[in-house]
Each structure stands twice: as structure tokens, then as C-alpha cells.
Design a protein around this ligand. Structure first.
Ligand code: NDP
Length: 463
């Protein structure tokens, strides 16, 4: 039976006070407030059973980053004009291992966005079963429309400062929105030049210079593996199921690839300008076109509808308070673009159309109100920190290969990824059951991720 949050007692005064304090101390950071609120709702269940956590002020500590680094990133464009961007690295919690988490380059990046992402990352990394703390970083630099040379100059300037704060045993960044193989290459090159070290300081590296097979695929594949596990609890499989996917970047592409492999039909993809609907579904050729369009030509998703008859393109309409992508009939949905892309109304459309499972490929793509609608609607709903943990888990496997200076074959990495996703699914389900909220993956993921970090913090004393 699914137990929704709204059927629970209201939040305790203790947790309500911490939430109020977070809002006061971190004004103008709505995404961070949202992420903390979502996690604290679950942790209320834990602190009621564990007075030692309140005594050691673990919740108060866990919402405070261990360290935040903010710096100027000056660079010149191809015409010689000078630009100044802002760079960040949020080292949120290192109790379980070196800080680990991606870098995001997007005009919407602020300290609050990166704090929300770093906070989520702490629990996600804990769930992977690997030894990784949580961090996140990035810049308000927007790579769209920039030449390769401009991107390189920006990356070199960014790394010139960041290199003081990271290292293979300290903090190991990876990619995220706007940071793919090209950017990781430029960042790694500058780190290597400045430090005169060839180490596993970044993950998502090229295959011939320390990268891991399956790392590019891992987040999307992992989200699909997790969904298969959820459906199995209802004796269903993905075969023959229609699926909605948003985004058209790394996570969306490999979600579609794994869905094709498992016999499901992915019918949508999007970017910030709009989305395409292809009733016949993606096949391998269509996906190859999308990958070339996005990864090589860096074009817009609308071109897909020009190329394939039967596919339609819908431009984004800023006047809408809903996204029509989520109105198509489907069995599963994979929001894989960005935060808060599924609101309460969108969730209502998904439930109304009988969607059975929603797995967050992106980080926090559903608003809190949307998650409530999904859970109360009986949907198998996997939060990002569980569903998209395959990416960072495989980054952890890349770190292990770098430390041993060996490269595992594709099958071994994929088998490990699959095993980890199954383990995360089991941990979420078992923990939800232990806390009397069976079937609630949000509580399961938050509590399972948190307790491991909290116990490590207790063991390590007041730091
Ligand atoms: P990419 O940069 O490869 O792709 C991002 C996609 O999302 C693009 O299609 C982009 O469109 C779209 N998008 C970005 N911002 C917006 C917006 N404001 N509105 C609508 N569409 C938008 O990033 P990833 O695929 O790597 O990341 C996608 C999500 O998955 C993010 O939330 C990220 O944090 C999360 N994630 C990624 C992991 C990874 O391994 N890469 C691991 C775990 C989570 P456009 O081209 O128009 O910007």
C-alpha cells in the first residue's frame, strides 16, 4: 500500500524550526529551501526514533555546507571582448568520502541552485553504497552558441581557480547540464598542466585517457533499470510500454537507448525551446539522428520533426502553466531535463492519463506539490536521488579503475551498475517499510541515504 506524505501527522516543531532557520539564513535560495523541505519531511520520521541525532544537532549540521568556494572567472570571446562569470564549488558533506558531484554550466546557475544540487547529492551518493561525499559546482556561463575555442578558454580560466580546491582524494567533479565530454576534456587538460599530475580528479573523462566505459550511458540506463525494478513489484515489465521522456541531453539520450533495448516505446524528447512527439516511437536510427543533432551539431530538437515524417514539434509557450509533453498517454514518464519541469498540473495530467511509474532522470524535476499528486495518485514515483544515482555510481567505478590504473570491460561496468540500481531500489523499499510508509520511494530514499551519513558524522565527532 502506498502511504502519502499528506496522510501523515504534521511536521514536528523541531523540524519546522530547522526549516524556518534554513529559510532565514539562506534568503533568495528557493531551490535549496525546496530540497531541504522535501528531505526534512522524511527525516522527521527518523528523529522521532533517534534522539541522539537531535542531541548532536545532525540536522542543523547537514543543511550547512562544509565549505563554499565562489570565484571570478574572466575570459575573452573570439572577438576579444572580455566576459566575467561566476564560478562555484559547494563542498556539502564529506563524511562518507571525497566530495563528489557534477559541474553545471548554464545561465540559470546560482549559489542556491548549486546548494540544492549538492544537498541532494549527499544522500544520492550515500545510496550508491560507494564511498563518496556530496558536492556540486558550476558557473552561470552558458555554452550555447559559443565556439569550441570560447568554451576552452572559459574552462581553462574556471579550472585555474578550481584546481586549488579539488583533487582525487579531496573532491572529484564530473559533468552535469552544459558540461559533457568536451568540457571535461578542457578542464582536465588545464588541471594536468597546472598541477603536473595525471590523476582521477574528474570523472566522465575520454575513454583513451582514464574514462570508464558506460559512464556516458549510466544515468539514463540506471533510471530505466530502477523503473524496471519498480514495475516488477507489480509484476509488469517495460516491454511494449509507451514512455514520455523530457530533455534531449545526456540523460534523455541514454534513457531512450535503454528503453529501445528493452522493447519500450519512447515517444517524446525536448529542449528549452519545445518538444517533439513521435507516435511511432524512437528506433536506433532516430536516436542516432538525435545524438548527432545534439552532441555534434549542437542544434535544436525541432529539427527532428523536419527530418522524420509523423513526428510533430510543439514550441514552448511561456503563457502555459503546464507542459503539454506530459499530456500524452503513456505508461511511464522520465523527466530528464531540469528542476521543477513537472508542476502540480502536469502531475495531474500524468495521473489522469493512467501513468504507472515516474522516474526522475533529472534532479528535482517535480515540484513538491507534483510529487504529492503522483504519490496520492498511486504512481510508482522514484525521486532523482534514487533513480538517477547510476551516473554518480559509475563515476565511483571510474574512480576505482583510475586508482588501480586499469580499465574494466563494458559488461563488467554495466553489470555493476545494474547491481547497484537494484540495491538502491531494495534499500528504498525496505527502509520505507521499516518506517511504516511502504511503497513511498521518497521517504525510503531520503531515510536510507541520510542514516548512513548521519552515523558517519556521529562517529567522526563534532566537525
Ligand atoms: P545536458 O546538458 O546533456 O542536457 C540537458 C537537457 O535539458 C537539454 O535538452 C536542455 O535543453 C534541457 N534543459 C536544460 N535546462 C532547461 C530548461 N530550463 N528548460 C527546459 N529544458 C532544459 O544535461 P544532462 O542530461 O546531463 O542533465 C539533465 C538533468 O539530469 C539535470 O537535472 C542533471 O542535474 C541531471 N543529472 C545528470 C547526470 C549526468 O550524469 N549527466 C547525473 C544525475 C543527474 P537546451 O539544450 O535547450 O538547454
Amino acid at each position: 500500500m502506498l502511504v502519502s506524505r499528506s496522510t501523515r501527522a504534521p511536521l514536528s516543531t523541531y523540524v519546522t524550526d530547522i526549516l524556518a532557520l534554513v529559510k532565514t539564513k539562506n534568503p533568495a535560495e528557493p531551490e535549496f529551501h525546496q530540497a531541504v523541505e522535501e528531505v526534512l519531511e522524511s527525516l522527521d520520521l527518523v528523529v522521532q526514533r533517534r534522539p541522539d541525532l537531535a542531541k548532536a544537532k545532525i540536522l542543523e549540521r547537514i543543511v550547512e555546507p562544509e565549505r563554499v568556494i565562489m570565484f571570478r572567472v574572466p575570459w575573452q570571446d573570439d572577438r576579444g571582448e572580455v566576459h566575467i562569470n561566476r564560478g562555484f564549488r559547494v563542498q556539502m558533506n564529506g563524511a562518507l568520502g571525497p566530495y563528489k558531484g557534477g559541474l553545471r554550466f548554464h545561465h540559470s546557475v546560482t549559489l542556491g541552485v548549486l546548494k540544492f544540487l549538492a544537498f541532494e547529492q549527499v544522500f544520492k551518493n550515500s545510496l550508491t553504497t560507494l564511498a563518496m561525499g556530496g558536492g556540486k559546482g558550476g558557473s552561470d556561463f552558458h555554452p550555447h552558441g559559443r565556439s569550441d575555442d570560447e568554451v576552452m578558454r572559459f574552462c581553462q580560466s574556471f579550472m585555474t581557480e578550481l584546481m586549488r580546491h579539488i583533487g582525487p582524494d579531496t573532491d572529484v567533479p564530473a559533468g552535469d547540464i552544459g558540461v559533457g565530454g568536451r568540457e571535461i576534456g578542457y578542464l582536465f587538460g588545464q588541471y594536468r598542466r597546472l598541477r603536473n599530475e595525471f590523476t582521477g580528479v574528474l570523472t566522465g573523462k575520454g575513454l583513451n585517457w582514464g574514462g570508464s566505459l558506460i559512464r556516458p550511458e549510466a544515468t539514463g540506463y540506471g533510471a530505466v533499470y530502477f523503473t524496471a525494478e519498480m514495475l516488477a513489484t507489480r509484476n509488469e515489465t517495460l516491454e511494449g510500454k509507451t514512455c514520455l521522456v523530457s530533455g534531449s541531453g545526456n540523460v534523455a539520450q541514454y534513457t531512450i537507448e535503454k528503453l529501445i533495448e528493452l522493447g519500450a516505446k519512447a515517444v517524446t524528447a525536448s529542449d528549452s525551446d519545445g518538444y517533439i512527439y513521435d507516435e511511432a516511437g524512437f528506433d536506433r536510427d532516430k536516436l542516432a539522428f538525435l545524438m548527432e543533432l545534439k552532441n555534434v551539431r549542437r542544434g535544436r530538437v525541432r529539427e527532428y520533426a523536419d527530418r522524420f515524417k509523423g513526428a510533430v514539434y510543439m514550441a514552448r509557450d511561456a503563457a502555459n502553466d503546464f507542459n503539454p509533453l506530459w499530456m500524452h498517454r503513456a505508461h511511464c514518464a522520465f523527466p530528464s531535463a531540469t528542476q521543477n519541469e513537472v508542476n502540480e498540473k502536469d502531475a495531474g495530467h500524468l495521473v489522469g492519463n493512467g501513468v504507472a511509474a515516474v522516474a526522475e532522470g533529472a534532479n528535482m524535476p517535480c515540484t513538491i506539490a507534483a510529487t504529492k499528486v503522483l504519490i496520492e495518485g498511486g504512481v510508482l514515483y522514484a525521486p532523482g536521488k534514487a533513480a538517477n544515482a547510476g551516473g554518480v555510481a559509475t563515476s565511483g567505478l571510474e574512480m576505482a579503475q583510475n586508482s588501480a590504473r586499469i580499465a574494466w570491460p563494458r559488461e563488467r561496468v554495466d553489470t555493476e551498475l545494474h547491481r547497484i540500481m537494484k540495491a538502491i531500489h531494495r534499500a528504498c523499499r525496505d527502509t520505507a517499510e521499516q518506517y511504516g510508509v511502504s511503497g513511498n520511494y521518497v521517504h525510503g530514499a531520503n531515510i536510507a541515504g541520510f542514516t548512513k551519513v548521519a552515523d558517519a558524522m556521529l562517529d567522526q565527532g563534532l566537525i
